[in-house]
Design a protein around this ligand. Structure first.
Ligand SMILES: C[S@@+](CC[C@H](N)C(=O)[O-])C[C@H]1O[C@@H](n2cnc3c(N)ncnc32)[C@H](O)[C@@H]1O
Length: 263
């Protein structure tokens, strides 16, 4: 099993990270794809790298009627959870299908979908160009890709703390390889029109354990020794003490909209 397969065999690690956003995300979200109007009534939608599909459950009320939703992920565990999550709001959708799929070799015919969402996942693709070309291929000519991701300096304080205690993060699990800055050229090779929407805010973390849980949800923190965890606790306590009990984290995230797929 690769690091990636271990990481996403189910949603436990991802949920440890989402928790910090839910608890400390300031009111007035940096962005919400559900509010963009890009997902239109009765659209055939592919969510690739859907994870546990939290987006579709949380935003069910804001989404238009009649969506035909395909939830796809390379992890069978994630697909199973996604279908279960959406079952709770199933009346909202015209149809929901789960499918194990690799974004670099999508098991769908050309020109199938009106909308493809790729939320915080293209940075995991082994071949970014191939992944974007595949998405362009399965989109209808008037279709749209919505790709969410982070900015290069997203969570910079947390990465600095991790690097200080454990050494650098493994590249495979960082978002810089398909970020708001670096993803753009890949999209332009396969789409006629690309727009970037970015937002920045600060998560003011008051409970050190939330930071520890986040760091321990992926390597190298997930393999920490007892001695490393003690160093992490001490370092974090020192940084929070110096900042009135707060560990501020800069969140830079957003979405890219690509239209006019080229094959
Ligand atoms: C950071 S999670 C994002 C999950 C969800 N889209 C969200 O925004 O909450 C990344 C997801 O992409 C999936 N993934 C990674 N590489 C993939 C690939 N090559 N093809 C399809 N899915 C992939 C992982 O299994 C995981 O569920």
């Amino acid at each position: 099993m690769t690091d990636m397969q271990r990481q996403y065999k189910d949603s436990a690690n991802l949920n440890a990270r989402i928790a910090i956003h839910v608890k400390y995300g300031p009111p007035g979200k940096a962005f919400s794809v559900a509010d963009t109007g890009l997902i239109t009534a009765n659209a055939k939608v592919l969510d690739i790298g859907c994870g546990p599909a939290r987006f579709w459950a949380v935003n069910a009320a804001a989404l238009p009627a009649g969506l035909e939703l395909t939830l796809a992920d390379q992890s069978q565990g994630m697909v199973d959870e996604a279908v279960q999550t959406v079952a709770a709001v199933k009346g909202k959708f015209r149809a929901v299908t789960g499918k194990v799929a690799d974004v670099c070799a999508l098991p769908f015919a050309d020109r199938t979908f009106d909308v493809v969402t790729a939320m915080h996942m293209l940075y995991h693709a082994s071949d970014k160009d191939r992944a974007v070309a595949e998405i362009a291929r399965v989109l209808k000519p008037g279709g749209v890709l919505i790709a969410t991701t982070n900015g290069n300096d997203n969570f910079i304080e947390l990465e600095a703390l991790t690097a200080h205690v454990f050494g650098a993060l493994p590249d495979q699990l960082r978002s810089t390889s398909f970020s708001l800055e670096s993803g753009h050229p890949h999209l332009e090779r396969h789409f006629n029109e690309v727009a970037v929407h970015a937002g920045t805010d600060i998560l003011r973390v008051t409970d050190a354990q939330d930071v520890v849980n986040f760091i321990r949800s992926y390597p190298p923190g997930s393999d920490a020794t007892g001695e490393q965890l003690q160093r992490l606790d001490a370092e974090l306590a020192g940084r929070m003490k110096a900042q009135d009990g707060i560990f501020p984290i800069t969140r830079i995230a957003g979405y890219m909209v690509a239209r006019g797929p080229r094959r």
